[in-house]
Design a protein around this ligand. Structure first.
Ligand code: ADP
Length: 178
């Protein structure tokens, strides 16, 4: 007969095993500088496919981003404040190492153009070679968001233009300049 303590431990281990092994966890890596309507669209469409999506803000400690990491994270958290299955992390190492760390079996990426495809194909194949357990899942963009990129949004904002058409509705990045 197992002592109550042992029963609790076994139960806890089963729960942990279930959350690590059974849950479909995807990471969505990017620089999100800033997070756009295109990013939001990919994540919302991918949500039914996974139990959890971790938006991984990749950063390079030697490269100055346009928006500070903390702001980018804050904005993404605001967009998904009512979505408990979305988490936000940051990482400056290899994507596959981050996958191992958070037990993610999938890398989610968006495809806009054939140029995106060529670039993404090489990265996905290299990632698969380095970490065979991981699969990269691509979603094609919707026609309305294909032209949106963080680069274009940054250019508009840099020149004090109105980028609201290309940003999630709850974000007003002009607050950053006030
Ligand atoms: P990266 O520098 O890694 O491409 P981004 O933040 O630009 O980082 O993009 C992160 C992911 O979001 C990539 O998979 C990219 O293809 C996708 N993405 C970017 N813009 C759009 C868009 N307008 N529609 C759909 N996916 C997009």
């Amino acid at each position: 007969m197992l002592a109550p303590n042992s029963v609790c431990t076994v139960f806890f281990l089963i729960l942990q095993y279930k959350s690590i092994v059974m849950e479909r966890i995807a990471i969505f890596p990017g620089s999100f500088d800033p997070f756009t309507l295109g990013h939001e669209s990919i994540i919302r469409r991918a949500l039914p496919m996974f139990d959890q999506i971790i938006i991984m803000i990749g950063y390079n400690s030697n490269k100055e981003p346009f928006y500070p990491l903390a702001k980018r994270k804050e904005w993404i958290l605001r967009v998904f404040e009512n979505e408990p299955r979305i988490r936000v992390g940051k990482y400056d190492g290899l994507t596959v190492d981050y996958c191992k760390r958070v037990h993610a079996q999938y890398i989610l990426r968006g495809l806009r153009t054939s140029a995106d495809f060529e670039y993404e194909r090489a990265i996905a194949q290299i990632n698969k070679k380095m970490y065979p357990e991981v699969e990269t899942v691509f979603l094609l963009t919707t026609p309305e968001t294909t032209a949106i990129s963080s680069t274009i949004v940054r250019d508009i904002l840099r020149h004090k233009g109105d980028a609201s058409l290309f940003l999630p509705s709850c974000l007003d990045l002009s607050e950053f300049y006030e």
